[in-house]
Design a protein around this ligand. Structure first.
Ligand code: UDX
Length: 436
């Protein structure tokens, strides 16, 4: 099939390349000329495992192209909208500027029978508002939310857990759902659940999934707070409750909390939308989820201060990690960087290292010192702070080896990823989050 993808960021670029990899002819469109130039040469503009390969393959095969010219969307059977919906400046609601701009640009190029499939995370009600304008061109609007995780985006796009399509009632909706099944043919063929529903449900599926995940993380972080005043160990607690299949162990990783381009802004936008709908109280807990999450960053700063006997000023702290999570170079709302910046504000000498995210981090926080080499970052440090659980730090860091590099022997594990006993055995003072 011929497809267009409007918006070539973390979502759109992966979607375009993944759709080409399953046999479609795809044009990716974005207003950012620099991004389009890189993508056209087959260069991934950000780090995402597996993206480089499918991108090069798509460009070489001729099935995948990129342009800034929106008229290139003409002739595609399905047009995916994958532009960003960031948090508004000075507010919690989603900023729909890019969604509105994408629709305004695309509408003149639509033909009778085209499908427009929105993938961006939007406030419930957005699709119903946009639908008449799309219908006036003879095309049909569907909402097809995206659940990809950064770091697993290629796999999640080609082989998702489930597919969701919010379609209009009647024959147009049925036809649109049929066409989407063709688009996602490999996943559909292997029996991946494909849920066809109304617009509002499709929009809510996305935000409620993220709200649930954020709540799960904040739940365990709240338990970490209680563990801290009782001497309990939150990781053992998580293991124990995680064995209950109704609860499950995943997303019960206590630490410095969630960040990134999705969970934080999505829960805030959801709360703001619920307020507009007169149902603010239904999701009031999301404000608490957000507050617990932000408190963990304060706690990490507190632990480092404690580890340095209350004197952070002038101390060298090696900060392991800058990305909001491993396998990504994304630093949007990164708890890792936030903690590093706060410590810098207290007068510490901060040296940050990360296998992928240094360039992005430096752009946002040029005041911090960055080194690519982990051991270089550790050299002469008074304290070590692990904030992104890359394997390089979590699995592949030998306490004896680190002892030979650092000045101090205190380590704060902001992700509870290290073997505390091994570090203590090597003479280190180990601080976890919600662990004795
Ligand atoms: C999330 C959703 O998982 C995905 O379905 C949606 O499409 C986009 O938002 P992503 O932002 O890539 O994906 O990251 P995710 O893996 O969900 O992690 C989010 C944050 O939570 C990270 O900062 C991570 O470090 C943190 N986290 C995750 C925890 O603190 N503890 C956990 O147990 C799990």
């Amino acid at each position: 099939m011929r497809l267009s993808v409007i918006g070539c960021g973390y979502l759109g670029a992966v979607h375009a390349a993944a759709m080409a990899s399953i046999g479609h002819e795809v044009v990716g469109i974005d207003v950012d000329a620099g991004k389009i130039e890189a993508l056209s040469k087959g260069e991934a503009p950000f780090f995402e495992p597996g993206l480089q390969e499918i991108l090069s393959e798509g460009i070489t095969s001729g099935r995948l192209s990129f342009t800034t010219d929106i008229s290139a969307a003409e002739g595609a059977a399905v047009h995916f909208i994958g532009v960003g919906t960031p948090q508004q400046h000075g507010g919690y609601a989603a900023d729909l500027t890019f969604v509105n701009a994408a629709f305004a640009a695309l509408l003149p190029h639509l033909s009778e029978g085209d499908i427009v499939a929105g993938k961006s995370t939007v406030p419930v009600g957005t699709t119903a508002e946009l639908a008449p304008r799309v219908a006036a061109t003879g095309a049909t609007l569907v909402w097809n939310p995206e659940f990809l995780r950064e770091g697993w985006a290629v796999q999640d796009t080609i082989d998702p857990d489930r597919l969701v399509a919010g379609v209009p009632e009647g024959a147009d909706g049925e036809r649109a759902a049929r066409i989407l099944r063709e688009v996602y043919h490999p996943a559909v063929a292997k029996g991946t659940p494909f849920i066809v529903t109304d617009y509002a449900t499709a929009e809510l599926v996305k935000v409620s999934a993220n709200a649930f995940l954020a709540t799960k993380i904040s739940f365990i972080n709240a338990m970490a707070e209680i563990a801290e005043v009782t001497g309990a160990d939150v990781t053992q607690l998580a293991d124990a409750i995680g064995h209950d299949v109704r609860i499950g162990r995943r997303f019960l990783g206590a630490g410095i909390g969630f960040g990134g381009g999705c969970l934080p802004k999505d829960i805030r936008a959801f709360a703001a939308r619920a307020e507009e709908l007169g149902r603010g109280e239904s999701v009031n807990f999301l404000r608490e989820v957000d507050a617990i999450n932000m408190r963990r960053r304060d706690r990490a700063v507190e632990l480092v201060t404690e580890a340095l006997d209350g004197r952070v000023h002038g101390k060298k702290i090696a900060v392991l990690g800058a990305a909001f999570k491993p396998h990504s170079d994304d630093v949007r709302d990164s708890p890792a960087l936030d903690v590093a910046v706060r410590l810098k504000g207290l007068g510490a000498e901060i040296v940050v290292t990360d296998p992928q995210a240094i360039d992005n981090a430096r752009r946002v926080h040029p005041q911090l010192t960055y080194v690519a080499d982990r051991d270089e970052a550790l050299r002469d440090a008074d304290a070590v702070l692990l904030v992104t659980e890359w394997d390089e730090y979590r699995r592949e860091m030998d306490p004896e080896h680190v002892s030979a590099l650092t000045h101090g022997r205190v380590i704060v594990d902001g992700r509870n990823g290290l073997d505390a006993a091994a570090w203590r055995a090597a003479g280190w003072t180990y601080y976890g989050m919600g662990r004795p």
